[in-house]
Design a protein. Structure first.
Length: 177
């Protein structure tokens, strides 16, 4: 089955219903699934299991395969962090959100918010009449946000590669808000 988005196509052999999801809301297995497909992994069904295959062979000449539970880009810094470094994602902690109690009032609980942007950014330095240190210019329309640096960065990759909406298996939408 081919999955199409506005900018790209990726393959899945998993039969089932695909649903559209906003890139900015992807978390957990849904985000991991999209990133795994972008990284060249293909979901295969074998007797009693579903595994993810990648082109190539390992040192023992076996096909490279892993269960989805080992492709946790959004929580494993070894996987997700390496991908962010390779793609040149810039990540900055922005203004924090605040928690909300059961009655809808803001609490003092601070919730970190991270923003990520693709590529290099220009630097503005102070001039004679301005007294500030060098600042990066990052524009609102160029960033994606997330509750962790990994999630913000991976959402940025998905948005750059596939756009603002993607198709994912319906069973992965449980955690998406």
């Amino acid at each position: 089955m081919a999955c199409h988005t506005a900018d790209s196509t990726f393959e899945t052999s998993q039969p089932g219903q695909m649903v559209e999801a906003e890139t900015i809301s992807l978390v957990g297995p849904a985000l991991d699934w999209v990133i795994a497909t972008l990284e060249g992994w293909k979901q295969e069904t074998v007797p009693l299991a579903q595994i993810w295959m990648r082109r190539g062979r390992d040192a023992r000449n076996y096909p490279i395969s892993k269960p989805l539970s080992e492709l946790r880009y959004s929580t494993d810094r070894n996987l997700g962090g390496e991908l962010l470094e390779r793609t040149g994602i810039s990540i900055v902690r922005c203004d924090d959100d605040f928690g909300v109690d059961s009655e809808g009032y803001t609490t003092s609980e601070r919730i970190p918010v991270w923003c990520a942007s693709y590529g290099q950014h220009s630097v503005e330095t102070s001039t004679e009449h301005q007294r500030h240190d060098a600042m990066f210019q990052i524009y609102e329309g160029e960033v994606t946000y997330g509750p962790t640096p990994l999630i913000a960065g991976l959402r940025c990759i998905v948005k750059a590669e596939l756009g603002g909406k993607v198709l994912i298996p319906a069973e992965l939408t449980a955690e998406i808000g």
